[in-house]
Design a binder for this molecule. Structure first.
Ligand code: FAD
Ligand code: NAP
Length: 531
């Protein structure tokens, strides 16, 4: 048994910063990571084409001006190996590895009421006892693999994008299937298509995808960013999404047709997620949303040579943004290659896997390799796979039976001294997560420091504060079109998962202010107890 002040679970962007911050504040930290090294998302997702879709100069830590000055990103959207190298650099620079137990999965997290301590059990038998527990386990860290009949019968190779082999996969000359057309599939398909003899893409729902317009970053550009980095970071913190996008104050309804097209073309040319926010009302008004949705469809039609394939690739019937918009490089153009084929699973669903491939309602396919780009049991999935029990044995599974929740998206009521970084009810996945993670880690570690300084041994969100907060989260989401799609935001991608929309949509700037106000009022909404 190991004893610590704080146990941190996870060693991705969030866990690494939490370890650093807590250590700086003088806490004894023990960290546990299921993977073999640091990096989280960027350790696990090594599929071809994997890169960030928030600009690297913004998708990085801002806590140390020296770190941001010394690191040079090579591309506008850095590839996965570079982001992983960056996180390894951070681990080395601040000597974080010595706190981390790797290749160790937390399976139970139990609050001992009498001792007022968390007992954290692992799959290696190691137990850690700590006063505080910080869950830095990620929103997208539990891969989802569909349970097709006969899936184990397939004799070829199978890979999930989020469990990619470290040595890579050579698809040269192979017949390859990719199932899933979310961000991961859309990044992987163009690269796999260049290698494979034949590629079949199995699509259930077409996604809206916008071009990255990725490019190498020149020394001049980096120098310019670095000269004003502090200011840029502060703007991100105060912004809506935590990233640099070109705003437009004029609603779609107020624009002439010419102005609309010009606003969207300008953002399309810049690349990245900005096109979704071409108008301030895209998020609230279905008509304004349709303007952007139709613009993306027109781009698909203009790119894909075969009109039937273009039609099948065109997303319809749901608002752009209500499923996570993808950012691609040559995704739609890939369907003009003669070694690439699209199969629409709405028309011909997969019936079973066979020894040699996949049988759909219409056809039998033979493959050497099948790639699952089928996403994650997101937001709550990773936490609910652990047996988490709070005060008086309250289980997280019961507490979240009707949807995940936490006061301020960080502190679940009934689980004293336990915090979730980018938990349900925070801006989390609808923001630049590097910005949201830093804000949460700083807020959590300040809270723990405050408690130590003031002599409080227990900090616990009240049920009432949690309920009020989640009502506010729902109310804000309710005025937008974001919850309307069948997305992983809502749990719709996982069979039997309860539907909810546990993401705060008031923007990271407003959220930061609300969290700061709670702290300034002596942690309003929390019960603070002395021993
Ligand atoms: P993670 O990086 O997911 O780390 C969590 C860690 O916890 C993992 O290493 C996991 O192994 C560990 N863990 C989980 N459960 C346990 C357990 N029971 N025991 C021990 N360890 C455990 N966000 C953006 O803002 N911009 C992007 O461009 C972007 N691109 C992405 C690309 C991909 C392919 C994916 C999947 C996600 C992307 N995201 C992006 C979201 C991304 O997850 C976050 O930006 C960020 O990396 C999350 O960091 P984290 O530390 O919170 O979680
Ligand atoms: P995803 O967005 O959930 O996409 C999964 C895909 O698999 C969807 O097309 C889904 O179809 C399909 N699918 C799931 N189950 C299926 C089944 N049983 N049969 C057929 N198809 C099935 O997952 P992801 O692509 O891994 O991305 C998840 C999130 O990670 C992204 O939204 C983003 O936030 C982040 N990410 C970012 C990047 C980046 O560009 N930086 C890259 C990868 C991931 P349905 O839509 O019909 O459910």
């Amino acid at each position: 048994m190991r004893d610590a002040d704080v146990v941190v679970v996870g060693a991705g962007f969030a866990g690494l910063y939490a370890i650093h911050k807590l250590r700086q504040q003088g806490f004894r930290v023990a960290a546990i990571e299921a993977g073999g090294d640091v990096g989280g998302t960027w350790y696990w997702n090594r599929y071809p084409g994997c890169r960030c879709d928030v600009e690297s100069v913004d998708y990085s830590y801002s806590f140390d001006p020296e770190l941001e000055q010394e690191w040079n990103w090579s591309e506008r959207y850095a590839p996965q190996p570079e982001i992983l190298a960056y996180l390894n650099h951070v681990a080395d620079r601040y000597d974080l590895r010595r706190e981390i137990l790797f290749n160790t999965r937390v399976i139970s997290v139990h609050f001992d009421d009498e001792a007022a301590r968390w007992r954290v059990g692992t799959d290696t038998g190691e137990e850690i006892v700590a006063q505080w527990c910080v869950m830095a386990t990620g929103c997208l860290s539990t891969p989802n693999t569909p349970g097709y009949p006969g899936i184990d019968r397939f004799a070829g190779a199978t890979y999930h994008t989020a469990q990619w082999p470290h040595e890579g996969v050579d698809f040269t000359g192979q017949r390859v299937a990719v199932i899933g057309t979310g961000s991961s599939g859309i990044q992987a398909v163009p690269i796999i298509a260049e290698q494979a003899a034949d590629l079949v893409v199995f699509q259930r729902t077409p996604n809206y995808s916008v071009p990255a317009q990725n490019q190498p970053l020149s020394d001049d550009y980096l120098a310019e960013v670095k000269a004003r980095y502090r200011e840029r970071r502060q703007q991100n913190r105060e912004s809506f999404l935590g990233m640099h996008l070109v705003p437009n104050d004029k609603a779609a309804a107020a624009c002439t047709e010419e102005e609309r097209v010009s606003a969207m073309e300008a953002r399309w040319a810049v690349g990245g997620l900005g096109v979704v926010g071409s108008f301030p009302d895209t998020m609230f008004d279905r008509k304004a949303n349709d303007v952007v949705a139709e613009f993306v469809r027109s781009k698909i039609r203009a790119t894909v040579g075969n009109p039937k394939v273009a039609e099948a690739l065109s997303p319809k019937g749901y608002a752009i943004g209500s499923k996570r918009v993808c950012v691609d490089t040559e995704y739609y153009a890939t369907f003009n290659r003669n070694n690439v084929r699209l199969v629409d699973l709405r028309a011909t669903p997969i019936e079973e896997f066979t020894e040699t491939g996949i049988r759909t309602a219409g056809e039998t396919f033979a493959f050497d390799t099948i790639v699952f780009a089928t996403g994650f049991d997101a937001i709550s999935g990773t936490l609910l796979r652990m047996d988490i029990r709070g005060r008086a044995g309250r289980t997280l599974r019961d507490e979240w039976a009707s949807g995940p929740k936490a006061y301020l998206g960080v502190a679940p009521a009934g689980f004293p001294n336990l915090f979730i970084v980018t938990g349900p009810g925070s801006p989390s996945v609808l923001s630049n997560m590097a910005v949201s993670i830093e804000q949460h880690v700083e807020w959590i570690t300040d809270c723990i420091s405050f408690a130590r300084h003031e002599g409080y041994s227990l900090v616990e969100a009240t049920d009432d504060a949690q309920e009020q907060w989640m009502m506010q989260v729902a109310a804000v989401a309710g005025v937008t079109v974001w919850p309307s799609g069948d997305s992983w935001y809502t749990g719709a991608n996982i069979d039997g998962k309860v539907r909810s929309f546990p993401i705060f949509l008031g923007g990271v700037g407003m959220y930061r202010q609300l969290c700061a106000d709670v702290a300034a009022k002596g942690y309003e909404g929390f019960t603070l107890n002395r021993p």
